[in-house]
Write a new protein. Structure first.
Ligand code: PEP
Ligand code: MG
Length: 579
């Protein structure tokens, strides 16, 4: 028996036979062309590109009504690469100049693109390198008339070095039931990880060297991607297997029960309401808004609307999107629109941000908006217009000083005046909030209360800035800990300021969807949590299983604990039998 630690992408317990997926190397042989063969070779590559486009388009069309727009975006990006005239002319010119066969040229051009994307710091572009590589492989397969092998992965756990989004969507399209996925590579924010999450496939990534292990394909393995376990068990002993079969059954029942909570309204056992909001990016998760009943949108990350576009979205385009999101929420539930949080790891393809040595400490979010007033004002106008007669609020990200809020509010007032003069309807008394994600704002929260209506704590950034540990850097991931006592004490401080001045305080960082964090935050007086839609049912299960009064008793113990390990141990006990 061998246990290997991994990183969980989507939680679950699966027992099944493995399918070791080794992607075959495509052998490409170079062949010199005669002058007279060049035209035919160019026709050949054009046809291979067209065939690849057809395959992708076909997959997009047939999946359109079955998966979220977000997932299809990955395929759309690949389609766009194939349509890029620069790519095609690069290939054609090289065939003409080097007088060499198309598959070698495509391979070289693709490698050049991959190198370029990989050299960029932004993880989004690094991910683009993956898309380019997948597209290149497909073109070469079509040039060589290679038909992908038929693979018997149905009801199996796929083990692979890496799995590409196209391959995963193809399996899904073909109705293949994938029990689970284990990969050697892939980041938590990779396209494949995002897909596994939304297709609900239990997945573990970062399982080092698993492809080199001696895995018997007809022997069951165990994939345990629950957050407190995150491991693969190969060759499990009879006893362990028996034990796990019980866990698996229980987990399946739990998943079923949780699923039923999707549309239920819940309260604590002592009748208190904990508001469970969702975080969404642009209009892409609208289907999920309908699927998971929640108390509102706690965070609309508008940068995704900007990132998906090929230019800055116009005022009218934005109004339409904000209204669409709001209309997907029923019963006048609140929608908090966060103004553009660009910079750091989020870049726009059509706008050159200045080069920065430390972009996370640099020119991002409100700092960028206050220096680019045309962009900021367009967005504020759009939000104010969309909010007319609706429960829509504004939130500024990355606030570090009171002066920034004062300045942003001044601009908001200017924009209101403009709309007034133009006789355009807008929400006059719109509520304004700030993200608490920079330590200075958390420490000095009290100084902000005269200028805002609510606080929303962004623990993703707050953690990286308090502990000086980059949220994307694996080397310091052990230091990056949102449960660190420093973070929890800061959250408590902001919570108390909120209580004292009657300002709502919510938490919208990733931790707000994690079971232990839900109880900790409730103990610290937070009654508004905002999380990914898929985490809502589990959060409801926790809320309906607790007495608020009991949880509140833990506040002092949490704040005075030695470290996060002690806190987790303490709170974990409360979750036994709940999740
Ligand atoms: C945060 O920092 O916690 C947050 C919610 O914002 P983002 O993850 O978009 O930076
Ligand atoms: Mg943030």
């Amino acid at each position: 028996m061998k246990k290997i630690k991994a990183n969980s992408i989507f939680e679950g317990i699966v027992i099944g036979k493995p399918y070791l997926r080794k992607q075959k190397e495509i052998k490409i042989e170079a062949r010199s062309l005669r002058e007279t063969e060049i035209e035919a070779e160019i026709n050949r590559v054009e046809k291979a590109i067209d065939d690849t486009k057809y395959e992708i388009r076909h997959l997009i069309d047939s999946l359109k009504d079955r998966v979220n727009k977000n997932e299809l975006k990955i395929l759309n990006v690949q389609f766009m690469i194939l349509e890029d005239p620069v790519f095609l002319s690069d290939v054609k010119n090289k065939i003409e100049k080097d007088m060499i066969n198309a598959e070698v040229v495509v391979d070289r051009v693709i490698k050049k693109y991959i190198k370029m994307f990989k050299s960029l710091k932004d993880p989004l572009y690094k991910e683009r390198a993956n898309d380019v590589s997948e597209v290149g492989r497909k073109i070469i397969e079509n040039l060589l008339y290679l038909t992908p092998e038929k693979e018997d992965v149905n009801d199996k756990i796929i083990i692979a070095k890496e799995l590409q989004p196209f391959e995963l969507l193809k399996f899904y399209h073909d109705g293949v039931n994938i029990l689970g996925i284990i990969t050697e590579e892939g980041g938590k924010t990779s396209h494949t990880a995002i897909l596994c999450k939304s297709l609900g496939i239990p997945t573990l990534i970062g399982v080092k060297n698993i492809m080199f292990l001696d895995i018997e394909q007809d022997k069951e393995i165990i994939l345990d991607s629950r957050l407190d376990k995150q491991l693969v068990i190969l060759n499990p002993e009879e006893e362990i297997l028996k034990e796990y079969k019980i866990y698996e059954k229980k987990y399946r029942e739990f998943a079923k029960e949780i699923n039923q909570l999707k549309i239920e309204d819940v309260k604590t056992l002592d009748g208190e309401k904990i508001n469970l909001h969702v975080n969404i990016g642009g209009d892409i998760e609208i289907t999920q808004l309908k699927e998971f009943k929640c108390d509102g949108v706690g965070l609309l990350r508008t940068e995704f609307i900007y990132m998906e576009n090929d230019k800055f979205p116009t005022e009218d385009e934005q109004v339409k999107i904000y209204e669409k999101v709001y209309n997907a929420l029923s019963d006048d539930k609140p929608l908090i629109i966060r103004t553009l949080d660009i910079g750091g790891d989020k870049q726009l393809g059509y706008y050159d941000m200045p080069h920065e040595e430390n972009p996370f400490l640099g020119f991002r979010a409100i700092r960028f908006c206050l220096k680019n007033l045309d962009i900021f004002k367009t967005q504020l106008r759009a939000i104010l217009r969309a909010a007319y007669n609706k429960n829509i609020k504004i939130m500024y990200p990355m606030i570090s000083k009171v002066e920034e809020v004062i300045k942003a509010n001044e601009i908001l007032e200017e924009v209101k005046k403009e709309l007034e003069n133009e006789k355009i309807n807008y929400k006059k008394d719109i509520e304004v909030g700030i993200m608490i994600e920079i330590p200075s704002a958390a420490i000095m929260a009290e100084r902000f209360v005269d200028y805002i209506d609510f606080f929303s704590i962004g623990t993703n950034d707050l953690t990286q800035y308090v502990l000086a540990a980059d949220r994307l850097n694996k080397l310091v991931s052990d230091i990056y800990d949102p449960y660190d006592i420093s973070i929890l004490n800061l959250i408590n401080h902001v919570s108390e300021v909120g209580k004292k001045y009657n300002k709502k305080v919510s938490v919208c960082g990733e931790m707000a969807g994690e079971p232990i964090a839900i109880l900790i935050l409730i103990a610290l007086g937070i009654k508004d949590l905002s999380m990914l839609p898929s985490f809502i049912p589990r959060a409801k299960k926790i809320v309906k299983s607790i007495n608020l009064k009991d949880i509140e008793q833990y506040k002092d113990k949490i704040l005075n604990a030695k470290n996060s390990k002690e806190i987790k141990k303490l709170i974990n006990k409360l979750l036994i039998g709940v999740v």
